[in-house]
Design a protein around this ligand. Structure first.
Ligand code: EPU
Length: 344
């Protein structure tokens, strides 16, 4: 199996922070996965394209960077069945499908990262989540050395959540996903920014509008290093929402099917006065406060400190604790961001 030693990850994470991994494995076959399962005696981290990962330390753990590629399309009478290997690029997949008249993924255009990372955090945007279309995930389990198939229910998809971030973390590796897209397509124009488009619009036009919207708000990681939304939008119980809404009537909020209410974290961060804030070479984006940016090539530790500062500011004003969407990788592996129990 191809491996790199003392590998600098700066170009492989969208925050562009320096971190050196002692060894990076690049599995690209079932035999490589078997080989890999015998080698993992220390903490490791599976890296896609690095768009949702913060390397906190100057030293990273062992990295696994899978290299499975290929797309196949089958059809039934009413659907297209698309099998995509983990290392295909997500946005290229969306374009590939929409250009062939296979519609449904257009609202998820321009989400950075690999196909294999998509189910892990159940990527979502503009009213659609991967879980709407993902019917299967192929996953290699290190302990049994077997390739297993997880259907949609087994993946335990939720808002920016899945079994792969929880019970199955560190236990295996996604090799392929299967999507099912209905031939009978209707645009999903429910989200602000799409809701004034005509109902008979084509998927290509929806995709163009999504791209325009994203480019107008989200900084291009190639120009200004960032990882998209840094925090998740908090979901709160109705009672807590009612009391917040009474104090902040213009606060955007989205009632959920389970009775809870989702609050826009970007709005909360803006309303504690941090939009456009800069300190120590890192900061909060001036067009979308949910995005933390690395202005001057600073290291992971400074971004971590900024994230903690944002959490504490929001907590002190709104009594809400923001949970990161970004994953934190230290020299000894991935860890949850510590919560400050004394103030929670
Ligand atoms: N808002 C503010 N100030 C800000 C940012 C947002 O007031 O600085 C308000 C907006 O005006 C709007 C509301 O908050 O009323 C929601 O904002 P927006 O539509 O930009 O979406 P978001 O909730 O901030 C989520 C996803 C994005 C996704 C968009 C569109 C999360 C954590 N983020 O952002 O996903 O593109 O919706 O669907 O759910 C990502 O995960 O990296 C990502 C970019």
């Amino acid at each position: 199996m191809k491996s790199d030693f003392q590998f600098q990850l700066k170009k492989y994470n969208s925050f562009n922070v320096e971190s050196i991994s002692p060894i990076v494995f690049h599995p690209q076959s079932y035999d490589d996965l078997l080989d890999l399962s015998n080698k993992l005696d220390r903490p490791f981290y599976i890296l896609g394209e690095g768009f949702n990962t913060l390397f906190v330390d100057e030293v990273a753990p062992i990295i696994i960077k899978p290299h499975f590629i290929g797309i196949t399309i089958d059809e039934t009478e009413s659907t297209y069945i698309i099998k995509v290997a983990a290392n295909e690029n997500w946005h290229e997949l969306v374009c590939y499908c929409v250009k062939r008249g296979i519609n449904g993924l257009e609202n998820l255009a321009l989400i950075p990262g690999s196909v294999g990372a998509a189910p892990v955090q159940n990527i979502g945007a503009y009213g659609i989540e991967l879980s709407n279309y993902c019917i299967n995930v192929s996953w290699f389990e290190f302990s049994s050395k077997k390739l297993l198939e997880l259907n949609n229910q087994a993946c335990k998809f939720a808002y920016r959540e899945s079994i792969f971030k929880n019970e199955l973390k560190q236990k295996g590796i996604i090799t392929e996903i299967t999507l099912e897209l209905p031939k009978c397509w209707q645009a999903n124009l429910s989200y602000a920014g799409l809701n004034d488009l005509p109902q008979d619009i084509s998927a290509i036009e929806v995709m163009k509008q999504v791209i325009t919207l994203r480019q107008s708000k989200l900084p291009d990681p190639n120009k200004l290093p960032n990882a998209g939304s840094f925090f998740k939008n908090p979901s709160i119980v109705r009672k807590q929402w009612q009391s917040l809404k009474a104090s902040y009537p213009d606060m955007p909020s989205y009632p959920q099917k389970d009775g809870r209410v989702k609050i826009a974290a970007g709005w909360l961060i803006e309303h504690v006065g941090l939009k456009g804030y800069q300190h120590n070479g890192v900061g909060i984006h001036d067009k979308q406060a949910l995005v933390l940016v690395n202005h001057h090539n600073k290291c992971g530790q400074q971004i971590l400190e900024l994230a903690q500062y944002v959490q504490q500011k929001v907590f002190s004003v709104f009594d809400l604790w923001l949970e990161p969407e970004v994953r934190f990788v230290y020299s000894d592996g991935e860890q949850e961001l510590e919560t400050n129990n004394s103030i929670r």
